[in-house]
Design a protein around this ligand. Sequence first.
Ligand SMILES: *[C@@H]1O[C@H](CO)[C@@H](O)[C@H](O)[C@H]1NC(C)=O
Ligand SMILES: *[C@@H]1O[C@H](CO)[C@@H](O)[C@H](O)[C@H]1NC(C)=O
Length: 451
Amino acid sequence: MQEILLFFARWTVNIILGGFMGMPIFLFEAIRAAIWAKSQDFPTKPKPLPKSIARRFLETETGLTMEYLSSTKETDKIAVFLHGFPDSPTSWIPLMLKFQNEGFQTFAPTQRGYGQTRSNKTDEIEDYALDCLRDDAASFIENINSGKKVTLVIHDWGSVVGFHLARTRPELVERVIGINSVSLPAYNETALTNVRQTLASFYIYVFQFPIFPELMWKMNDFALLKAICCQMAQRGYGQTRSDKTDEVDDFALDCLRDDVASFIENINSGRKVTLVIHDWGSLVGFHLARTRPDLVERIIAFNSVSLPAYIETALSNRKQTFARRMGTHREDVEDVMTGMGARTRPSPFTEPINWYRALGRVALKHAVKHKPKSFKFLRQCAVLDKIQIPHNVLILWGDKDIALIKELPENERKYISGDVEIEHFSDYGHNMFHANPDLVWKSIQRWMKKQ
Ligand SMILES: *[C@@H]1O[C@H](CO)[C@@H](O)[C@H](O)[C@H]1NC(C)=O
Ligand SMILES: *[C@@H]1O[C@H](CO)[C@@H](O)[C@H](O)[C@H]1NC(C)=O
């Protein structure tokens, strides 16, 4: 009885969070992204692979012809990288190169439903259930590991699969490195006990609906994907790849800045000026000082604020969740899209989104078909709660994640019996290893030395 109630409660939440809250947000964001993307310059071709990494294919026991990237040199230590959504194995390349320098042979499979990986049948939503995805990964590892344990490097959905693998096939795994990573039990617990996580997960509820999410993602040459992934170079700083890169459209601000710059150039006869600024004037003034330093001698500011500082402050209470971006560099977005199969699969989002649908809909089918007692998803979670991950785990966490709150990794501890180390990075978002692979590598290297 309790399980039936829980089931209806979940679907009521789905309709409220997904239908009434999520769909309008998604639609609004997609339209905004479509307008925004028109003025943006994105590369149209993916980058070539580095010399030491090749694209290959293998057949898994689970019926996949699995595409993967791997280092061309064989060594005896192995690292396997599992990507998330929306992402691609190519995003791992900078970290793969670092691991290779450290003597690892690296492998990054393209998981079920993504890129050039193909199933030998037409997959149903059930084929994206966590156990199946785990079996794909396990079979992949058994194909390439020559019996050795592997270091798992996991992110986003790749981490749900990776933690599940570490928990249920521990003999394949040596250690786990998670980057904004989450396991099913810890996610369940956080989403049920912290309303901020429930709200941040609204998109998962949107994904339970058919057709609509795919349509939004694909609109205007994947504008929404570009907008959500994209870490924008701050205007005026050209191609800056600084870790402090501003993440907000400041087109309007640029116009105001240009007005003022032009005004000053009209009146200053080439001399630098003292700027006295306040309120909105200070947003413009700081922006001017930042981007046209040649015009400004000094600044006197009353209750003034610059855009980066304002955004940082405003966002630290999570009210403007969607203004944040995930942290993929603009020049890498085409790689992500191509790696996902955006240019080659007829419906590039359906299958990745089916990963989410499998969580919800598989549960629905089982509940309807069988007695609620065999409600598979819940049973699976309940069982998982009790199996601990025996390996040492490092979790690196970009606190500005739009989808997963920063309290989440702490909840991971009780499901892991190995040593757990968690490191937070307050300046980074969901894809912190896209944004700054060097920083991520420093932490990984330090941790691995201690092992
Ligand atoms: C797909 O591959 C799996 C595993 O090799 C096999 O058991 C299954 O029969 C295959 N299915 C089809 C339709 O070929
Ligand atoms: C999900 O998390 C809640 C809160 O911690 C817990 O009571 C419940 O047993 C969990 N459910 C499953 C299926 O793991």
